[in-house]
Design a protein. Structure first.
Length: 189
């Protein structure tokens, strides 16, 4: 019993310490800087162009900045269907440029979705990987993403029900496991 309690406390401490620095850009809680707004508007415009018409309820839900690069996750509706997407953008001469924009129809019946984008950073010999998704099962309280080098990201699920991880120099992941509040596995990829 003491061993189980010890490992539970250890896992909790790891969960708290392994959270990536990112901006939760849910419009309900965060006020954006002018630069954030410029990036969000640009991603919205490029999404409309890729879909071929104006999308509904467009929201950027996560953004992470690494050097002059912006990586993010967004959701929107189109013809009463839900979609999710991710992007990689470069900031150059006071403007944003979308380098990768990936959109997929959301699987609302799965416990959680998985959208993976792999690409190369512009003008650098480094690749990136974005793994993100939407939590559909309310029992899911954390998601653990394990990479081939045995590094892991553990993401606590907040009220907005999204997870997002971006890594440089990584091309794939090994597993994604969703856990309930007692760290019992709910689902995995």
């Amino acid at each position: 019993m003491k061993t189980k309690l010890f490992y539970t406390v250890l896992l909790f401490l790891l969960l708290l310490g392994c959270q990536p620095k990112e901006i939760n850009t849910s419009p309900e809680t965060i006020s954006f800087t002018d630069e954030d707004q410029a990036l969000i508007s640009f991603v919205h415009q490029k999404t409309d162009e890729k879909i071929g018409s104006k999308v509904e309820d467009f929201k950027v839900v996560k953004v992470s900045y690494i050097e002059q690069s912006g990586f993010g996750q967004f959701i929107f509706n189109k013809n009463e269907e839900r979609f999710e997407g991710s992007f990689y953008a470069e900031h150059n001469k006071n403007n944003w440029e979308i380098v990768h924009l990936e959109i997929a129809k959301m699987d609302v019946n799965s416990p959680f979705t998985k959208l993976q984008v792999v690409g190369g950073l512009r003008n650098k010999d480094t690749n990136f990987q974005i793994i993100c998704g939407v939590i559909n099962d309310s029992r899911i309280k954390s998601v653990q993403i394990t990479y081939p080098n045995n590094e892991s990201s553990i993401i606590m699920i907040d009220n907005y029900k999204y997870y997002f991880d971006v890594r440089l120099g990584v091309k794939t992941f090994s597993t994604i496991v969703a856990y309930d509040e007692n760290y019992n596995e709910i689902s995995s990829y």
